[in-house]
Design a protein around this ligand. Structure first.
Ligand SMILES: Cc1cc2nc3c(=O)[nH]c(=O)nc-3n(C[C@H](O)[C@H](O)[C@H](O)COP(=O)(O)OP(=O)(O)OC[C@H]3O[C@@H](n4cnc5c(N)ncnc54)[C@H](O)[C@@H]3O)c2cc1C
Length: 341
């Protein structure tokens, strides 16, 4: 067999693209309703959570992160990333989920009742799976909202924050005014970085959690974190950052830049499946709210992708119920358990 020969892999009643908490919940509910399932993820199980900041704690209490009726025991009112990853691993194990990790879905052909899902692995080796129905639960964390400014391509600029230690005693800029920016700015400052926060709004965003807001506001008030509000980063160079502020242009020394300005679902991927986006409604994909089936028969949407650009509407705590809606529809449609041709 030549290296690039297409491997014919699994067949299932339902294939779920994305093994995040929502995708897992979809597979579990479909399995519990008697359907065979496969999950395919471009990264590891819960790949987005794995890439969250290492010191992060969730905003929600453990029971709101539970899926498949498996309790999430935690001594912490707000569990951390490692605990959540362990919990979801245990759930996958409990339900014996068939998760194909490190396999990216590139395209889908076929139609309702017999889709072919074309994937590639880490070494660009192609595979194909077949499924009667599909769920797209691809989240939003892979595609940052780019600033489109000169210097953004420099390797000192990142759209993800992981760990504070490498930035000790350095001048860092955090761009953004929501939770991620506030948390990163505080963590960096607490670990010895000199932090400048730049936000286009006049103050921190109203969505910043009530227990984080006073902390960041007090650090700014005390001058421990320098903040430029109603300002934007206009240009980034190797050693500096140019700001446009209400008081005019400022150039400040800078070694690293965290552009934490949000993320968006992969709309190109969703559209390529034939799913219509409502341009007048924050690019929400066309889908029936009762079943989550899209305008393409047999293709369902689940999790954060359902709300289009409104990525602050669906979280784990509410996306985890999407699986049940989809499983109910599969039952109602009496998806056949007969073998493929
Ligand atoms: C820092 C932070 C803290 C948060 N805290 C909370 C909280 O406390 N409570 C809460 O409810 N929510 C929280 N959220 C939001 C929550 O994590 C997301 O809404 C949630 O992960 C969405 O789940 P999902 O399964 O829809 O998507 P994801 O978890 O993003 O999963 C999508 C998966 O799809 C995979 N994928 C994407 N494209 C492809 C492809 N083409 N082929 C194969 N696989 C693909 C990705 O690798 C990923 O694993 C937080 C988010 C962040 C960033």
């Amino acid at each position: 067999m030549s290296e690039r020969a297409v491997l014919k892999e699994a067949t299932a009643d339902l294939l779920v693209i994305g093994a995040g908490p929502t995708g897992m919940a979809c597979a579990i509910e479909a399995q519990r309703a008697g359907f065979t399932t496969i999950l395919v993820d471009k990264g590891c199980l819960c790949n987005s959570l794995f890439h969250y900041p290492s010191n992060m704690t969730f905003f929600t209490t453990p029971e709101l992160l539970e899926i498949g009726d498996i309790p999430f025991p935690s001594p912490n009112q707000k569990p951390g990333r490692d605990e959540a990853l362990e919990y979801y691993r245990k759930v996958a194990e409990h339900y014996k989920l068939d998760v194909r990790q490190y396999e990216t879905v590139e395209k889908v052909t076929g139609a309702d009742g017999d889709f072919t899902i074309h994937t590639v692995d880490r070494f660009s080796r192609p595979s194909q799976h077949r499924a009667r129905k599909l769920v797209v639960a691809t989240g939003y964390y892979d595609l940052p909202n780019y600033l489109n400014i000169p210097g953004e391509e420099l390797n000192k600029v990142t759209h993800y924050y992981h760990d504070p230690h490498p930035y000790y005693d350095l001048d860092v800029v955090v761009i953004g005014g929501k939770n991620s920016a506030a948390i990163a700015a505080l963590d960096l400052w607490r670990h010895g970085a000199r932090v400048t926060l730049v936000h286009r709004g006049a103050e921190m965003h109203r969505h910043v959690k009530y227990w984080i807001l006073p902390d960041i506001n007090n650090r700014v008030k005390n001058g421990e974190i320098t903040a430029y509000f109603s300002s934007r980063v206009a240009r980034i160079t190797e050693d500096e950052v140019m700001l446009e502020t209400p008081e005019g242009e400022r150039t400040i020394p800078n070694q690293y830049c965290f552009a934490l300005t949000g993320y968006q679902p992969d709309f190109r991927f969703i559209e390529a499946l034939g799913v219509r986006l409502d341009e007048a409604n924050d690019r929400c994909p066309a889908c029936d709210p009762a079943t989550l089936e899209s305008n393409i028969a047999g293709i369902y949407l689940a999790g954060v992708v359902v709300a289009g650009e409104r990525t602050n509407e669906i979280f784990i705590e509410n996306g985890r119920f999407h699986g049940k809606l989809i499983a109910n529809d599969l039952l109602a449609k009496n998806v056949s358990a007969a073998a493929f041709d």
